[in-house]
Design a protein around this ligand. Structure first.
Ligand code: SF4
Length: 696
């Protein structure tokens, strides 16, 4: 006898449907949901082992813990004691230093309801906008670019376009490993449609290249040069759509002038690829009836991330390949609910339902909706700025929920030093393993994936409901419950929700009249339909946006932006001559709080490594398996070398997942990464750091 529950995978933004079976002893098993439109029963290695991540194996946090002084050990306390003291500390800091002296740092893995209440708490009631999430590190360049080009933070297409397209350009992404089930759909589409051509641009030969018709192995940081050159070739070879450009866009003349300034031959030299390959890419895109582009961190995590995004979106706008079946720009979301977080305004510069903080009317609307105090017009601290502010003393208290910045932030040793200086640290977590726990004055045990109810939105705007399937261990509570209880201890009204459904209902009401309108939606409707895509109006999901070619800009036209192909990343030098790029491996997830406890997932790649080109390795006297030291002024990493011609000469790669192993932090890639930010999105430049490499 067992019960079965339909839910959603809580790893990547593909958003696969899962059936969880619970037997009479409470043991969980998972399988892919054949009825789910995203994965049709398939799961990747991470999804197939998801049930192991919620099992308590000595790693789960079971009770609130607290200390009254930094020199004292934390002790188990009641929920009331932990939240009352934290409310007292927050109130006293706010009274003395103002509301900007406290901050919340959350996660794209939070459920929408959790995001909603913490955003409401700080913006509406505490009176500061100091909430940011690890989505800043992941998707914020795409968010800014979508708004600048299309007038709204929205992925225009749907996964069904994969089966309808005949050209997919994967730019700076390795979906074969990082979005595996989406890639299975691409492989299946290519197998059944030989006309489907795949272009991949990446300095590395990744598993995604195995089905590519064209791999553009560009130099790191040259994506804009490449996209501009493809744009130039599309123009000169007659592949653009003049009537779409004239009727539905602004900015083409300036764009044409800009891309004509660099010849294809010159661009090819800068990118480190043959000119013929650029013409070939333009031909594949130009001749295709449908053209999709997929991208992730290769474009987003850059000091020019927004321009990289815009330069790719431009290729859709000049060819008119957007808002039609099989076409459209499609950012692949790294986290399961980064989209849901943006929908409720869970970033330092946003308000719910994609309202913007800088708009006084939007602030007024939300203040009235929440019946709250005035919402500050000053943007809050973003992810990296929070740690700068801890370091220099402006920020007195930080509440970290559902993320481990001491592995994931760039220049992680600086982040660690900043957290060590923080007067008051709250860590809300499922696991006692993250490095943040060591610095916590208060530890709050949170419920995990199957232990709470809520919703998530995947990369194609698809909202699904996740049921509570089993009880959390010990006294762990759902994240939204913890935040609401804390808000009540602070004396704020409007947080006495009877259940998660009522939080969601309030969020849905806040979207009425906005572009993401889901005002009609509720849990019952989502459960009945299994999933819906926003906007959801008159009982219907909108699969594909802009089919009427009316964009969300004031004049309804998309904006083609023009800019130089600058690379603002740090410079190489004789002392630091290699470009370090970082990324994920197939079977690990972010900072390994969950995948790190599943033995099966350790078998694929058990430890961190440095991928290095054979010619560079030969020069350094390094062979595969030798220990190498990778260093720069921010720190060092010590791992085994993996010599491979899958990476460009002069470039080295480290996986981003590992943090401390015992007392050593020498496997942590982010000891080395750069804190340079994109000036618009404030997203860090993880993909380009100057380093030296030497044999140990
Ligand atoms: Fe989960 Fe992503 Fe794998 Fe699907 S592809 S099972 S959402 S990790």
């Amino acid at each position: 006898m067992r019960n079965s529950y339909k839910t959603t995978c809580c790893y990547c933004g593909v958003g696969c449907g899962i059936i969880v079976h619970k037997d009479r002893d409470g043991q969980l098993q998972v399988e892919g949901d054949p009825s789910h439109p995203v994965n049709k029963g398939m799961l990747c290695s991470k999804g197939m082992n998801l049930h192991y991540t919620v099992i308590e194996k000595g790693d789960r946090l079971l009770y609130p813990e607290m200390r009254y002084h930094k020199n004292l050990p934390r002790k188990r306390v009641t929920w009331d004691a932990a939240l009352e003291r934290t409310a007292a500390v927050f109130s006293s800091i706010i009274k003395r230093y103002g509301p900007e002296a406290v901050a919340f740092y959350a996660s794209g893995q939070c459920l929408t309801e959790e995001y909603y209440v913490v955003n409401k708490l700080i913006k509406g009631f505490i009176g500061s906008n100091n909430i940011d999430t690890n989505s800043r590190l992941c998707m914020s360049s795409a968010v800014a670019a979508y708004k600048m080009a299309l007038g709204e933070d929205c992925v225009p297409g749907t996964y069904e376009d994969i089966e309808l397209t005949d050209c997919i350009f994967v730019a700076g992404a390795n979906p074969a490993w990082c979005h595996p089930i989406l890639w299975r759909r691409v492989e299946a589409a290519k197998a059944s449609n030989p006309r489907l051509k795949i272009i991949v641009s990446d300095p590395r030969v990744t598993p995604s290249c195995s089905i590519a018709d064209l791999h553009l192995q560009i130099n790191p940081g040259t994506d804009i040069t490449l996209h501009h050159a493809i744009g130039r070739a599309l123009i000169t070879e007659g592949y653009i759509d003049p009537s779409f450009i004239m009727d539905h866009t602004n900015g083409f003349d300036a764009y044409r002038e800009k891309v004509m300034q660099v010849s294809i031959d010159e661009a090819a030299v800068q990118c480190g690829i043959p000119a013929a390959a650029i013409y070939e890419a333009a031909k594949l895109i130009g001749k295709a009836k449908g053209f999709m582009s997929f991208w992730t961190m290769g474009l987003n995590q850059s000091s020019v991330g927004v321009h990289k995004n815009l330069s790719l979106i431009n290729l859709h706008l000049i060819t008119g390949k957007i808002g039609v079946p099989g076409s459209g720009p499609f950012s692949l979301t790294g986290q399961p609910n980064a989209m849901g977080g943006r929908e409720v305004g869970g970033l330092a510069n946003l308000l719910p339902a994609h309202r913007v903080l800088s708009n006084p009317a939007h602030r007024q609307e939300m203040q009235e909706f929440w019946n709250s105090g005035p919402i500050s017009e000053k943007p809050g601290l973003t992810a990296t700025a929070m740690f700068d502010a801890l370091h220099d003393g402006r920020l007195k208290a930080i509440w970290i929920m559902c993320t481990n910045p001491l592995v994931s932030l760039p220049d992680a040793r600086f982040a660690e030093a900043a957290l060590a200086k923080a007067p008051y640290v709250v860590v809300q977590e499922i696991s006692r393993k993250p490095e943040t726990i060591k610095y916590a004055d208060v530890v709050l045990p949170a419920a995990a994936w199957t232990e709470k109810e809520g919703t998530m939105t995947n990369a194609e705007r698809r909202i699904t409901w996740l049921p509570k399937i089993n009880d959390a261990p010990g006294e762990a509570l759902p994240d939204a419950t913890i935040i609401c209880r804390f808000a009540q201890k602070m004396g704020f009204e409007g947080f006495d929700y009877p259940d998660a459904a009522s939080i969601y209902a309030e969020h849905c009401r806040s979207t009425i009249g906005t572009n993401i309108n889901i005002g009609e939606l509720n849990y019952d409707l989502i459960k009945e339909q299994r999933s819906v895509q926003w906007p959801y109006v008159h009982g219907e999901s909108k699969k594909r946006l802009f089919e009427d070619h009316q964009f969300y800009t004031p004049d309804k036209k998309a904006q083609i932006h023009s800019f130089d192909a600058d690379n603002r990343s740090e410079s190489l030098s004789p002392d630091f001559p290699f470009i370090l790029t970082t990324g994920r491996i197939r079977d690990q997830w972010h900072t390994m709080s969950k995948t790190g406890k599943v033995n099966k997932l350790k078998q694929h790649i058990p430890e961190a490594f440095l991928e290095i080109h054979p010619e560079d390795a030969r020069r350094l006297g390094v062979s595969t398996g030798d220990v190498v030291i990778v260093s720069n002024p921010r720190g060092k990493v010590q791992v085994k070398a993996q010599v491979s011609n899958t990476i460009k000469k002069g470039v080295v790669f480290l996986p981003m997942h590992w943090g401390h192993i015992g007392r050593s932090d020498l496997h942590r890639a982010n000891n080395l990464t750069s804190t340079l930010l994109d000036p618009i999105s404030l997203q860090p430049d993880y993909k380009y750091a100057a380093v030296s490499v030497a044999r140990y």
